[in-house]
Write a protein that binds this ligand. Structure first.
Ligand code: DGP
Length: 112
């Protein structure tokens, strides 16, 4: 089973920020910003490229959980960035779809 499936099933410990029936948000182990949270579906989807029409509602839920994370961590005013790395060139290293929620410093653009 993949690493993030194990986190979603509480087989591997993570610092969980939010959880519901379909998704989990937890602190990234290798934070790239003062706040760095990952939002994942409990369903194993390898990457955004592997998502289908059947995942439409789930994808919406993930974005809303990213927003809920921002609200819970009081980021709505200062701002935050959501990122989905998709595939090798984008730097995806864990092949279970996840949305990064980054905040707590001025983030530059374009990303590296
Ligand atoms: P990406 O490079 O977009 O696939 O992001 C994967 C992220 O997952 C990366 O920022 C580090 C994080 N990560 C990897 N292994 C673990 C882990 O075991 N626990 C937690 N909390 N985060 C992890």
């Amino acid at each position: 089973m993949c690493l993030f499936c194990k986190i979603a099933q509480h087989e591997i410990k993570a610092n969980i920020v939010l959880e519901d029936e379909h998704a989990v948000a937890f602190r990234d182990i290798n934070a790239a910003a003062p706040t760095h949270v990952l939002v994942i579906p409990k369903k194993h989807i390898v990457s955004l490229s592997e998502a289908t029409e059947a995942d439409q509602a789930l994808l919406g839920r993930l974005l809303l959980m990213a927003r809920a994370v921002a609200e819970k961590l009081d980021l709505l005013n200062a701002g935050y960035r959501t990122v989905v790395n998709n595939g090798t060139d984008a730097g995806q290293s864990v092949f279970h779809l996840h949305i990064h929620v980054l905040a707590g410093r001025k983030l530059t653009w374009p990303p590296g």
